[in-house]
Design a protein around this ligand. Structure first.
Ligand SMILES: Nc1ncnc2c1ncn2[C@@H]1O[C@H](COP(=O)(O)OP(=O)(O)OP(=O)(O)O)[C@@H](O)[C@H]1O
Length: 223
């Protein structure tokens, strides 16, 4: 069997903003088929790394940002539909804005029901609860139907049961997954590899099966 293809490769890389590094001396390779959880305390550079992954392969990455960034006056349907806006011609998007066609209605309502949003399909996104908005954002990313899913704390606003179901759905539907998470149990259950960041450095990179929740919690301990 041939080796899985390398999708992202950082070799002693520095990532940051306007010449100010956030992550330094980064060595990391992501191969096709991997399910990776990125852990580390707030401000350590998880989002910075995820943004770079998205920039490197914009056509292959389904992106689920930390802030839902929904259009509040548009319905749940329209916000999810936006995941595929760039794949369709202008006239098709315009028609679907005014009177959604049967195919996208079916696709989006199927996805909405998987995410427990059936009853919210035609409500303006601005009227939804925080957890519902975060599920709409997740549905919009799933609707992109790309091979790589990059999610920045995509389930942090959800309860444990919903979070587990949706992480499973994300992993089933994408060949490669990279997720920033704060919950170490979720990381160990759903991901096969854990990457830990601390103060701008990669300090852990190991298969989940070799790690315990207690070891991962040390990434968050003060020192
Ligand atoms: N657009 C930006 N311009 C300048 N600095 C930024 C920008 N975005 C983030 N930073 C800085 O980069 C550092 C890392 O931020 P980042 O958002 O990557 O952390 P994080 O690990 O994702 O945190 P959290 O868990 O709170 O989301 C922080 O010091 C932050 O202030």
């Amino acid at each position: 069997m041939s080796e899985p293809a390398s999708l992202f490769h950082f070799d002693n890389a520095s990532l940051g903003y306007a010449g100010r590094p956030v992550l330094e001396a980064l060595n990391l390779e992501v191969k096709q088929g991997e399910k990776i959880a990125l852990l580390g305390e707030s401000g350590t550079g998880k989002s910075t790394l995820l943004r770079r992954l998205r920039e490197l392969r914009p056509d292959e990455v389904a992106w689920c940002p930390q802030q839902p960034g929904l259009v509040p006056v548009l319905s749940t349907f329209h916000n999810i539909y936006m995941g595929r806006l760039a794949c369709n011609p202008f006239w098709y998007n315009l028609v679907n804005l005014i009177k959604p066609l049967a195919t996208p209605r079916e696709e989006v309502s199927g996805l909405a029901s998987r995410l427990g949003l059936s009853g919210q399909l035609w409500r303006p996104a601005g009227l939804l609860s925080g957890g519902q908005q975060s599920r709409v954002s997740l549905a919009r990313a799933l609707y992109q139907q790309k091979p790589v899913f990059v999610g920045d704390e995509p389930v942090s606003a959800l309860d444990e049961r919903q979070a587990a179901e949706l992480l499973q759905l994300v992993c089933e539907r994408h060949q490669t997954v990279v997720l920033a998470l704060h919950n170490v149990e979720q990381a160990l259950t759903h991901c096969t590899r854990i990457v830990g960041l601390r103060q701008g450095q990669l300090v852990l990179d190991a298969p989940s099966r070799e790690l315990t929740a207690a070891q991962l919690r040390t990434l968050y301990s003060l020192s």
